[in-house]
Design a protein around this ligand. Structure first.
Ligand code: SF4
Length: 422
């Protein structure tokens, strides 16, 4: 296998292209850290890099298509560049992409890509966040749920839960370095367990670490979201009142076909509980339209549910069959045009409900964590993850500031600084 090597005196440069979810973004932070430990330096841009790493996503066909497009584009560059490919890839995609790239590697074998030794877990490689405010900390990887449309259990494998002490050590390190937000990641954080520590216990252990910081997490699986967790977040000082709770469909038959293990009624009950117990809670969701056999009336049930639950955010996707999954054996019978129509209908509902929710913030004073300063504006989010933009002469990145909300848009807020510092 043709592996790139670099030395202290002849540093090669790298560029990482990341597709997909936060877990992939988090993995890319470990890839960057590992490459720098091997004397690579970050290139100025993609064109000048000696090595390009593509961290792929194959949750939807469109994401896979983007990987092919990216590779073809890189190959047109005058500079001869090495291309390494990793991420969520099905066996079929790996076989098809193998001849086009220099190396395909499993993220679990990250330590070996430049001729290094194999280590027991790639989580031992510390991440290199691309900012100094928020850091992704994976608590688990893989998934045991086998939702019938999802490729993750095949690409990432079965669930692996990191030892609690390893997670705590990593969190402590970033808090000491001044990070203000810990984003815990897992395909299903609610199923986390290590020895006798469950997810809520883990949150408590992290919260006990001294310092002024917020803790947030994703993704939750509605079937595993416990009362214990809801009660804990309701009382917590550091855990953010934000739940990403993918519903996927508002129709019981479709939920069964998706192998989701909850009913619409049970889902509604959990959302109501979250809203009742947790002040200012913000709830986002994932929805797939055009699952095989989804009738118009079944789709209407999803639209009805969206109107009823008034999500703050929803990530709506058109179904595309993924190799190896149970649903890939069922005919993809909903025409593309119909899927697009259904997606647009849900986006319209979301825009309306998200705006209604955001309008409730007008005139209120909240704390925002500033993550970026650009062209006279601070960008950040409230504790419940609502995005906010604030005009400011000063760069307050990394600060928690008090803001008065002055404008509400469907997906963001605008505000004015009240004090420079909390
Ligand atoms: S819970 Fe379902 S949708 Fe989420 S990663 Fe696991 S199999 Fe995929």
């Amino acid at each position: 296998m043709d592996k790139i090597k670099t030395t202290k005196h002849n540093k090669q440069s790298y560029w990482i292209i990341t597709y997909g979810c936060q877990m992939n973004k988090s993995d890319s932070e470990r890839i960057a850290s590992f490459l720098q430990s091997q004397n690579f330096k970050k290139a100025k841009n993609k064109k000048t890099a000696d090595l390009i790493i593509i961290n792929a996503c194959s949750v939807r066909q469109s994401a896979v298509d983007r990987v092919y497009g990216q590779i073809n584009q890189i190959k047109k560059n005058e500079k001869k560049q090495k291309i390494y490919l990793t991420g969520c890839l099905t066996e079929k995609d790996k076989q098809a992409l193998q001849p086009k790239v220099d190396l395909i590697f499993n993220i679990k074998e990250l330590s070996t890509i430049c001729g290094g030794e194999k280590i027991d877990t790639y989580f031992k490689i510390p991440p290199l966040p691309n900012n100094s405010v928020s850091v992704f900390i994976p608590i688990s990887t893989g998934c045991d749920n086998f939702c019938s449309y999802c490729v993750v259990p095949y690409t990432r494998g079965r669930e692996y839960h990191r030892p609690a002490e390893e997670i705590l050590k990593e969190v402590e390190m970033f808090i000491k370095r001044g990070f203000k937000e810990i984003i815990l990641l897992g395909q299903n954080v609610n199923s986390y367990h290590y020895k006798n520590i469950d997810f809520t216990d883990l949150l408590q252990l992290i919260e006990n670490i001294p310092g002024n910081f917020w803790i947030t997490f994703l993704t939750n699986h509605p079937k595993d979201l416990s009362e214990k967790l809801i009660d804990y977040v309701a009382e917590s000082k550091k855990v953010c009142p934000y739940f990403h709770l993918p519903v996927q469909s508002g129709d019981n038959k479709i939920l069964k076909l998706m192998n989701r293990h909850y009913t619409v009624k049970k889902y509604i009950k959990k959302v109501k509980k979250l809203r009742k117990k947790i002040k200012d809670v913000c709830i986002s969701t994932d929805i797939i339209v055009g699952i095989p056999t989804e009738t118009t009336s079944q789709f209407k049930n999803t639209a009805k549910l969206m109107k009823k639950l008034k999500f703050d955010m929803a990530y709506i996707a058109q179904y595309s069959p993924r190799p190896q999954t149970a649903l890939s054996k069922v005919k993809d019978d909903i025409p593309k045009k119909e899927k697009q129509k259904r997606e647009q209908e849900l986006i319209k509902i979301l825009e309306k409900t998200a705006l209604e929710n955001n309008k409730k913030y007008l005139g209120k004073t909240k704390v925002a964590l500033i993550t970026k300063y650009e062209k006279g504006y601070l960008f950040g989010h409230l504790k419940n993850q609502k995005q906010i933009k604030i005009s400011s002469k000063k760069d307050l990145t990394g600060e928690m500031v008090k803001v008065k909300i002055t404008q509400a848009n469907p997906y963001s807020l605008k505000g004015e600084l009240i004090y420079d510092k909390k």
